[in-house]
Design a protein around this ligand. Structure first.
Ligand code: WTA
Length: 647
């Protein structure tokens, strides 16, 4: 593993921030960290005491069936109770939970009491449709308050939600719904994005042809039938507003066992088939609560804004579950950052006096490109803490964020974690850790990172590994125990969790993430398996073979380059190109479109027939070609390179 970063700048947390922070010094961090590693069970038991339990646990960690770890066995709780009901007793009852703004500009505000009422009515509506504990419910919604309400309503009655990002295609919805056997889909007639309405319900209708398990569809009215009609299928489809209209405003929380499933979230791996990552109740709840409290230094008076979509894990952990357990006041915005103009985010920060802002490096790079005139037009002085998530941030973008948005007074938490980890793993403590541009720095409590070779030898730069289990960890892959073991626990004989990222440790002991070491590419913070695209391409009758690689991209972090070989005698022209692009749109979604598709007669292969992606990456990056001595036919790669440069 090679690292090219020589970043030496270091920024101590501002004294004013540290003074009032939950963790205000590295001494305080080290003391708690030591405790969390030496006696994790005591540490996590104490953390769990902050929350409500119908019944306390018998054991904190049960490793008897590792890697199927169990946390807080014997306990009964409900995550929705901890996000909502727990706040109704005291002053938080009438605190704003959600400050929502639609892309066209309408606003809505829901207090914790409002959220309680709406979630209860929604939960009762779902019950009326026959949804029970353990049933799977798919959610395909724009970023409207009903998205958070739907998630919480499922958690309340013990239904397992699987949120599908509203940029996914009908085929992707169908695959997910079928994989988990969802009974119900919650969607909207449409959602706003860059001044246009996406016809979400129509996409769901298409998806449900061939999805036999779905008996009911709930439709939130957002687009008001404009500009396309929303077909309501008698007996299956229900308008949300009618369903909840006369429901009782109370719905008791299901008492969930600690390891009862909370949600499934599909994410890309190294095969063509996305994995349904399983998260369960108690451990995930405790972990998201703790990380939100410490990493966002969440205080009652904060106005928090995470710009992620609830369709990704960041929205699960750091819009719905973490912040709401902390009784946070948060902004939820429906639309694009450049609608109606490139100042929209800064306008929202100024308007609501946001204090904490959490976004993706891709967005930060786009803001940089749009120019300083946009943030300069707005008063951003309310901000006290900034965060990034989803992909590595380059030092230049970090410095811009620090200066232009943070006015050099806001700590930046660069949080490394994954769908699988449930919550932050490596991240600065905002009031304690001196930060370095582009570095995720130190582990969260209870997390013990290691950097290893393939053989498990500790090295300075290599493959990131996590030594012991933590409460927020995934509990499996839906319907595929073996894939769970093989993917995450086999690499070092079950001793470490394997996240799939490369990392380096510097002289201060900080961990730098170097990007994925597998065939997963991070495009604008969205995980895309190259195998997923390849399997789409080869479905085309004229395509023989395909290899997709990730390359650095100025704004998106990484972009996809596809190499496609066409069956002998078939033509590869603009028509084929168009067809392949539309196949990606249809099978995955527009966000997975490659930057370039290059047709070739052959691909570089080893004598045993394995495609050498490393060489394809060299070509796509315009680098000197690496070792070609193991190739069956070295002329192939030279030819490809010339073709690439000429096209
Ligand atoms: C990458 C998103 C560098 C990493 C929360 C990981 C990061 C994958 C960072 C997970 C970061 C996430 N610095 N890389 N701060 N955060 N990644 O499952 O490669 O969508 O494995 O979870 O994103 O993506 P996922």
């Amino acid at each position: 593993m090679e690292s090219v970063s020589h970043e030496n700048r270091k920024f101590a947390p501002p004294a004013a921030f540290a003074e009032n922070a939950h963790i205000g010094s590295m001494e305080a961090y080290h003391a708690l960290y030591e405790k969390s590693i030496k006696d994790p069970e005591a540490f996590w038991a104490e953390a769990a005491e902050d929350l409500h339990w119908f019944k306390k646990w018998d054991t904190v960690l049960d490793a008897s069936e590792a890697p199927f770890y169990k946390w807080f066995s014997g306990a009964r709780t409900n995550v929705c109770y901890n996000c909502v009901d727990r706040h109704l007793e005291g002053p938080n009852r009438n605190k704003a939970a959600i400050l929502w703004e639609g892309e066209p500009g309408e606003t809505r505000m829901l207090t914790y009491q409002d959220v309680h009422r709406e979630v209860c009515k929604f939960a009762n509506g779902l019950k009326q449709l026959g949804i029970k504990k353990g049933d799977r419910v798919a959610i395909y919604l724009p970023m409207v308050p009903e998205l958070a309400l739907a998630v919480l309503a499922c958690a309340r009655i013990g239904a397992v939600h699987t949120v599908i990002f509203a940029g996914f295609s009908a085929d992707s919805i169908r695959d997910r719904v079928n994989d988990c056997g969802a009974k119900c889909v919650i969607t909207a007639d449409g959602g706003w994005r860059r001044g246009r309405v996406l016809p979400l319900k129509n996409i769901v209708d298409e998806a449900l042809v061939g999805a036999e398990t779905v008996t009911d569809v709930v439709i939130v009215k957002r687009a008001h039938g404009d500009p396309f009609p929303c077909h309501v299928k008698e007996g299956r489809d229900h308008w949300y507003h009618r369903l909840v209209q006369d429901q009782p405003i109370d719905c008791p929380c299901e008492e969930m066992e600690a390891e009862d499933m909370l949600f499934l979230l599909y994410t890309s791996g190294t095969t063509g088939k996305p994995k349904g990552i399983i998260h369960t109740t108690a451990g995930y709840m405790v972990y998201t609560h703790q990380t939100t409290k410490y990493i966002f230094d969440m205080k009652p008076e904060d106005v928090y804004w995470c710009t992620a979509d609830v369709g990704w894990v960041t929205g699960h952990s750091y819009i719905v579950y973490g912040p709401m357990q902390c009784a946070a006041t948060q902004i939820i915005y429906e639309g694009a950052p450049d609608s109606p103009d490139e100042g929209r985010f800064w306008d929202i920060i100024e308007k609501y006096r946001a204090t904490i802002f959490y976004t993706a490096p891709t967005a930060i790079r786009a803001f940089m490109k749009w120019g300083d005139q946009w943030p300069e037009k707005h008063d951003l002085s309310s901000l006290r803490l900034l965060g990034t998530v989803g992909e590595p941030i380059n030092p230049e973008a970090w410095m811009w964020y620090h200066k232009t948005i943070g006015a050099e007074k806001c700590p930046i938490v660069d949080t490394w974690w994954q769908t699988e980890t449930g919550g932050h793993m490596l991240t600065p403590m905002p009031g304690a850790t001196p930060t370095k541009p582009g570095c995720a720095t130190v582990p969260f409590f209870g997390i013990e990172p290691a950097i290893l070779t393939d053989d498990g030898e500790a090295v300075e730069a290599g493959i990131l590994a996590i030594k012991q289990p933590w409460p927020g960890m995934l509990r499996g892959i839906y319907g595929d125990e073996q894939r769970y073991k093989d993917t995450y626990w086999c690499k070092w004989g079950g001793k470490y969790y394997f996240p799939g990222d490369g990392a380096r440790r510097d002289e201060d002991g900080y961990v730098w993430i170097l990007g994925r070491v597998d065939d997963v590419v991070n495009v604008s913070g969205h995980r895309i398996g190259t195998a997923e695209l390849e399997s789409v391409f080869v479905e085309h009758k004229d395509v023989a073979e395909s290899a997709v690689v990730g390359v650095p991209h100025e704004i998106k972090g990484q972009g996809l380059i596809a190499f496609v070989t066409v069956i002998k005698g078939r033509s590869h022209d603009d028509q084929l190109l168009k067809e392949l692009v539309s196949m990606i749109d249809k099978s995955i979604g527009k966000f997975a479109r490659p930057e370039r598709i290059l047709f070739s007669n052959d691909l570089p292969k080893t004598r045993s027939g394995k495609i050498m992606r490393r060489l394809l990456r060299d070509i796509a990056e315009g680098k000197k070609l690496g070792n070609t001595s193991t190739l069956a036919d070295p002329s192939v790669v030279e030819h490809l390179r010339r073709q690439y440069e000429e096209s």
